[in-house]
Design a protein around this ligand. Structure first.
Ligand code: ADP
Ligand code: ADP
Length: 223
C-alpha cells in the first residue's frame, strides 16, 4: 500500500519527454534516493509526484486519491496539507525570520499564530537551529537555512517529504549533517522521504534507490 504512486507517468515539455511512462510506488515511512545524470528527469518526476507539474499521461495516486484528476486548487490544497517540499536553495522568504518561515504552512492551514509559533519552534529545535529562530535567512549560514527549510517541510506533519537536491548547495560535511538530521526527523514523524541527489554519500543515508535515465526508471533497489 503506497502512500504516493506514479502509474505510467509521462511528462512532456513541448517535444521533450522529460518523464517517460514511469511506475513508482513510495511506501509509507520509506526513504528513497532518486539519482541519475543531469537532465534525466529527476526534478520533473518529483515535481509531478507533488502535483506541481501536470502529466501528459498516466496517474498519480496520493493517500488513495488520484491527484492528477483533481483541479488546480484541490491539488495544491492536498500538497500544502499533506506534503512537504525542500529545494536546493531553501526557498525561504528572505523578508521573514526563520521561525516565521516555518510557521507559514501552519498558518495556511488555519492554525493560530501563537500555536503555530510554538510548533515551529519545536521543529527548529529538532533541527538544531532554535537559537536562530528570530534571524532572517541572510543572517545565517546555508546549512542553517536548509535546516529551517526542512523544519518548514515537516512542521505540519506531512505524509511525504519531497526534496530536490536539498544539500546540493552545501559543503560535503554540512550536507551530510543536514541530511542525517533530515532523515531522523522525517523518520520520527513517520513521513516518507524522497530525495533527488547527485551525491552518493547522501544516497547512502537513504534505504531505497531509484535510478532515472532518459526519463525512465533504469534501476530500483528496495531495502
Ligand atoms: P534532472 O532533474 O534530472 O536534471 P529535469 O527534470 O530538470 O532533469 O529535466 C529533464 C528534461 O526536461 C531535460 O531535458 C530538461 O532540459 C527538460 N526540462 C526540464 N524543465 C523544463 C521546462 N520547464 N521547460 C522545458 N524543458 C524542461
Ligand atoms: P537540475 O538539473 O538540478 O534538476 P536544472 O538546472 O536542470 O536543475 O533546472 C533548473 C530549473 O530550470 C528547473 O525549474 C527546470 O524546470 C528548469 N529547466 C530545466 N531545463 C529547462 C529548459 N530546457 N527550458 C526551460 N526550463 C528548464
Amino acid at each position: 500500500p503506497a502512500v504516493l504512486e506514479a502509474r505510467g507517468l509521462t511528462v512532456r515539455y513541448g517535444e521533450t519527454t522529460a518523464v517517460d511512462s514511469v511506475d513508482l510506488a513510495v511506501a509509507p515511512g520509506s526513504r528513497t534516493a532518486v539519482m541519475g545524470p543531469s537532465g534525466s528527469g529527476k526534478s520533473t518526476l518529483v515535481h509531478a509526484l507533488a502535483g506541481v507539474v501536470r502529466p501528459a499521461a498516466g496517474e498519480i495516486w496520493f493517500e488513495d486519491e488520484r491527484l492528477d484528476a483533481l483541479g488546480e486548487a484541490e491539488r495544491s490544497r492536498r500538497r500544502l496539507a499533506r506534503m512537504g517540499m525542500v529545494f536546493q536553495l531553501g526557498d525561504l522568504v528572505p523578508e521573514l525570520t526563520l521561525v516565521e518561515n516555518v510557521m507559514l504552512p501552519l498558518q495556511v492551514l488555519g492554525v493560530r499564530a501563537r500555536q503555530a509559533r510554538e510548533r515551529a519552534l519545536e521543529m527548529l529545535d529538532a533541527l538544531g537551529v532554535a537559537d536562530l529562530a528570530d534571524r532572517r535567512t541572510g543572517a545565517v549560514s546555508g546549512g542553517q537555512v536548509q535546516r529551517a527549510a526542512v523544519a518548514r517541510a515537516l512542521v505540519h506533519d506531512p505524509a511525504v517529504v519531497l526534496a530536490d537536491e536539498p544539500t546540493g548547495a552545501l559543503d560535503s560535511l554540512t550536507a551530510e549533517q543536514v541530511l542525517d538530521t533530515m532523515v531522523s526527523v522525517t523518520t520520527a514523524a513517520g513521513a516518507a522521504l524522497v530525495v533527488v541527489t547527485h551525491d552518493h554519500v547522501v544516497a547512502s543515508h537513504l534505504d531505497d534507490l531509484v535510478v532515472v535515465r532518459d526519463g525512465r526508471v533504469a534501476e530500483r533497489v528496495v531495502a
